[in-house]
Design a protein around this ligand. Sequence first.
Ligand SMILES: [Zn+2]
Length: 223
Amino acid sequence: MFESLTLDEPASTVDRVADELRRAVFEGELESGTALREHGLADSLGVGRSTVREALTILVAEGLATRAPNKGVAVATPEAASVRDVCAARWVLEGAGVRNWLRASAEARRAVHESLDAYISAVHSEKASYRELNERHLAFHLSLVALTGSPRLVAMQEHLVLELKLALAQVDRIRRNAHDQAEDHAALVRLLDADRIHDAERFLQKHLSDAAHDICKALRLEK
Ligand SMILES: [Zn+2]
């Protein structure tokens, strides 16, 4: 089951095992509900079971895996309430960034344009993988939080979207509407460039609540 997992160097650290597991989850190699057995993983990755156990504890703490009594650890299944909560929390952070547009540093504002351009060029490139599109998309949203000028808020957003990446990795196998999505983001940046901050705020709020709705619908999550 874990044949596709590899480490570039002789395995030793917990972090590298955790990284490889994240990669496999985000690329959809390990689907929701897949049992992450210590023994099998330790064998496949060539590390000790205690290393695997520690790495799994990290994934559980990040919400990417769950630990059930008598069942061990499995890849988490996104829940509708969590998806909505993550999107609501993102609105608090991203909305704060948008509201700070006029006071943000020139560098932070330039980063918003650059991450939008990178996202749009990935959308129009035939070669971009779903994972890359997701990364670029989330990087754009992260650049909005960076408008606050607070590294702590940026770190909070990075942590928040980990859970969302799990849901997005599953959505990708179902459908893709990247082209419409990219235009939505360009429209948001046009509002900011026109200093229409209030309109930009409302636009972002709708974008994030639509995102929560779309993800839940695509994954047919319970209400
Ligand atoms: Zn978006």
